[in-house]
Design a protein around this ligand. Structure first.
Ligand SMILES: [Zn+2]
Length: 325
């Protein structure tokens, strides 16, 4: 019995042992498979699990385009010019528009000069000056009289389509020193309004007729500067006059003053604002010679606003400028 028992025991013991081992192995295998499946599952799920908190990076990425920076002055300038080139440029096709726009670039490191023409627009003379601008792809500034607007819309549209600047020279060419505060507001404001209403163009510059705008500290000066600040405009004097309104000045004398590198006051041409008038043929004749001459010397012909924005001082409402520094 004991043997049997023993034998039974001996026989029984390995069976039980093997069964236990088998269960343990199965359990172990199951555990390994479960662990592996958990691990693999975790690996697969992990990116998804991260995808839940990832809205913040996603939100950060989408937040960048919504915070679009304000267009720079240069971007606004080119967009405005292109608008008027397309509206009034009589360009036959897209290539012509792009060719016109290619002449509008400014190299801030090159010499610049701003030619200005007062008292217009006029038939013929303003057209001749604009012909020169178009021929050479250069720009100028026209300080216009308000009462010329209605009868010279064609010239004004052409100015804008050539990238030229329109400035304010009062409605009736009035000496602002003789005006009350309310009259000054009317005389200058009316020009701004007429140009904006007709062309959607905002005037930024005012040139006082006779270059009279009151002494420093006077009521006239204070009133004018307050208006300029209110309307985001600047007063534009000049660096050099071509004396083109003097009877004795011939086209050749105007030309000589226009191309003189240094004037009698020692002021250089680079960064200067040159005073002319689109009133007589001799001015247009002189300008037709001045432009190719100064281009050959490396000058760029820019508007007054362009000259000021490219200068160290920059453009500031309420300032009085006679040159760019
Ligand atoms: Zn004038």
């Amino acid at each position: 019995m004991g043997k049997k028992k023993k034998k039974r025991y001996v026989v029984k013991a390995p069976v039980q042992f093997l069964a236990v081992i088998g269960i343990v192995v199965l359990l172990a295998l199951g555990a390994v498979i479960w662990l592996l499946s958990c691990t693999c599952g975790a690996t697969r799920v992990e990116p998804e699990a991260e995808a839940t908190p990832s809205p913040s990076p996603t939100a950060a990425v989408t937040a960048v385009p919504t915070a679009t920076p304000e267009p720079t002055w240069e971007e606004q300038r080119l967009a405005s010019i292109e608008h008027y080139v397309r509206a009034y440029g009589n360009c036959p096709d897209e290539a012509a528009i792009q060719a016109r726009m290619a002449t509008m670039t400014i190299d801030p490191d090159r010499k610049m000069v701003a030619f200005t023409f007062d008292d217009g627009p006029r038939d013929d003379i303003t057209d001749w000056i604009l012909d020169v601008c178009e021929q050479y792809g250069v720009r100028a500034t026209f300080f216009i009289k308000g009462d010329n607007i209605a009868s010279h819309e064609e010239q004004l549209m052409r100015m804008l389509s050539l990238g030229c600047e329109i400035g304010n020279h009062t409605w009736m060419h009035t000496n602002v020193e003789e005006l009350s505060a309310s009259e000054m507001r009317e005389e200058i404001g009316k020009v701004n309004d007429a140009i904006y209403d007709r062309f959607g163009y905002t005037i930024k510059l005012f040139r006082p007729p006779y270059i009279k705008y009151g002494d420093k500290g006077s009521d006239t000066r204070n009133t004018l500067i307050a208006l300029m600040n209110e309307w985001d405009m600047a007063v534009i004097n000049h660096t050099r006059s071509t004396h083109d309104t003097y009877d004795k000045y011939t086209a050749d004398m105007i030309y000589q003053r226009g191309v003189q590198e240094t004037d009698e006051l020692g002021k250089g041409l680079d960064g200067s604002i040159i005073l002319c008038h689109d009133k007589t043929k001799k001015t247009a004749d002189a300008f037709a010679r001045i432009v190719p001459e100064l281009l050959s010397r490396g000058y760029q012909f820019v508007t007054v606003s362009e000259l000021l924005h490219c200068s160290e001082d920059g453009f500031h409402a309420g300032w009085i400028y006679s040159s760019a520094k």
